[in-house]
Design a protein around this ligand. Structure first.
Ligand code: P6P
Length: 334
């Protein structure tokens, strides 16, 4: 049985739903092709001199791994010439990257975390690339950082590539979630799941438990109830997972349900959370909602948040709808 390729899926989506104009289809295919290229570097490991630190720090002040820099460069180079983008923004770059004048400018804005979960690179645990696509608003010439500061509910596409036992591309253009598995013999993406749905209930939570003493009361209450299991108010036992790669944890939740939490905590009270809104929380929230899940910052829908800065952080609670609503309800109760 011949499988549906990414190109065929995108063409059929455009034919049936008109969600994917040619310019957007090109953008998605170029990002998907670049993820295959990143996968080659990731899979080389020590054989490719790609492990360890690059000896530089990013805008977040975090030490950059060699693969962070490689993945960022690959995405920049691949997306400059298409004529469909006005600019790009990356976790690894302080300011936006304009399409060079030698190329035509387009209307789309591409944001990405080129390699999320970098702390897992050197220990061979799944990592991933996360991307989000916006459209420039208005028709004024040029592009500035302000053009990127749109709420997540304006995204036209979002997705991630997870470099795990399988290399998989997960994508939404606002009409459900599709999953593609890299067929290494063909070097192409094959559709392996579509209309992905997250179960509304779950028995599995994902949070970094070592931060427990720093959590706000609503988070502590929720996790304590999960830990009390069948002997407590939840009357069911829970399992825990924490990969420390958001892409891997979100992929598990899209595949079998669960709740993922990286909430505000009192270690750095001025920071709303650890994860970044524009190129981590927003694309993941778009995917999760498109699969019937929910995503809030504890009080508001993540996709409704109005960004103030390109690299701003946010508290993230996402996954199985009924569990996210329970945690959000606990925050409302104070
Ligand atoms: P911690 C990876 O660095 C990341 O940004 C997310 O992918 C992941 O969920 C989180 O941070 C892990 O953070 O504090 O558990 O190492």
């Amino acid at each position: 049985m011949s499988r549906v390729s990414l190109t065929q899926y995108l063409v059929e989506q455009q034919r049936e739903h008109g969600h994917i104009p040619g310019e957007l289809r090109l953008l998605i295919e170029v990002v998907a092709r670049t993820c295959k290229r990143i996968a080659i570097s990731v899979n080389k490991g020590a054989l490719g001199d790609v492990l360890g630190s690059a000896g530089t720090a990013n805008v977040q002040g975090e030490v950059q791994k060699k693969l962070d820099v490689i993945a960022n460069e690959l995405l920049l180079e691949a997306n400059e010439w298409g004529g469909n983008l006005a600019a790009m923004a990356s976790e690894e770059m302080d300011t936006i990257h304009l399409v060079p004048n030698r190329y035509p400018q387009g209307e789309y804005l591409l944001l990405y975390d080129p390699l999320d979960g970098s702390s897992n690179i050197d220990v061979n645990v799944s990592i991933g690339t996360i991307f989000s696509v916006l459209k420039k608003r208005g028709n004024q010439q040029g592009v500035s950082e302000a053009d990127f500061l749109q709420p997540g509910n304006t995204q036209v596409a979002a997705g991630y590539c997870v470099y795990g036992p399988q290399t998989m591309l997960v994508l939404t253009v606002g009409d459900g979630v599709a999953m593609f598995t890299l067929d290494r013999e063909m070097g192409s993406w094959s559709l392996t799941a579509e209309n992905v749905r997250i179960p509304e209930d779950t028995k599995e939570f994902a949070i970094n438990m070592s931060n427990m003493r720093h959590w706000a009361p609503p988070v502590r209450r929720y996790i304590d109830e999960c830990l009390a299991g069948s002997t407590g108010v939840r009357k069911k036992d829970f399992n825990m997972r924490w990969v420390a790669s958001m892409v891997a944890d979100v992929h598990r939740i899209l595949t079998r349900g669960g709740i993922f939490m990286y909430p505000w905590d009192q270690r750095e009270p001025d920071k709303p959370g650890k994860l970044r809104l524009m190129y981590e929380a927003n694309p993941m929230a778009f995917l999760v909602e498109q699969a019937g899940g929910a995503a809030t910052n504890g009080r508001q829908r993540i996709l409704d948040l109005q960004p103030g800065k390109l690299h701003e952080r946010v508290s993230v609670i996402l996954g199985s709808k009924n569990e996210v609503e329970r945690v959000t309800g606990y925050h409302a109760q104070g």
